[in-house]
Write a protein that binds this ligand. Structure first.
Ligand SMILES: [Zn+2]
Length: 59
């Protein structure tokens, strides 16, 4: 049983990544999120994505 793994952040299909709150995040995006050199704008984008993830799961 192989479910489709589409990254929640970049919407790309990816084979390895992590699952957070039932959504999938690819390795590349995960790395970007923990990368201290990522731009402020990018971090803001990731943060809002994660926040909406939480909201979806709390409702
Ligand atoms: Zn991704």
């Amino acid at each position: 049983m192989k479910k489709e793994q589409i990254c929640y952040i970049c919407n790309e299909e990816c084979e390895d990544g992590i699952e957070i709150l039932g959504s999938y995040i690819c390795k590349a995006c995960e790395q970007e999120m923990i990368n201290e050199d990522a731009s402020e704008l990018k971090m803001e984008y990731y943060r809002s994505k994660i926040k909406s993830l939480w909201r979806n799961n709390l409702s």
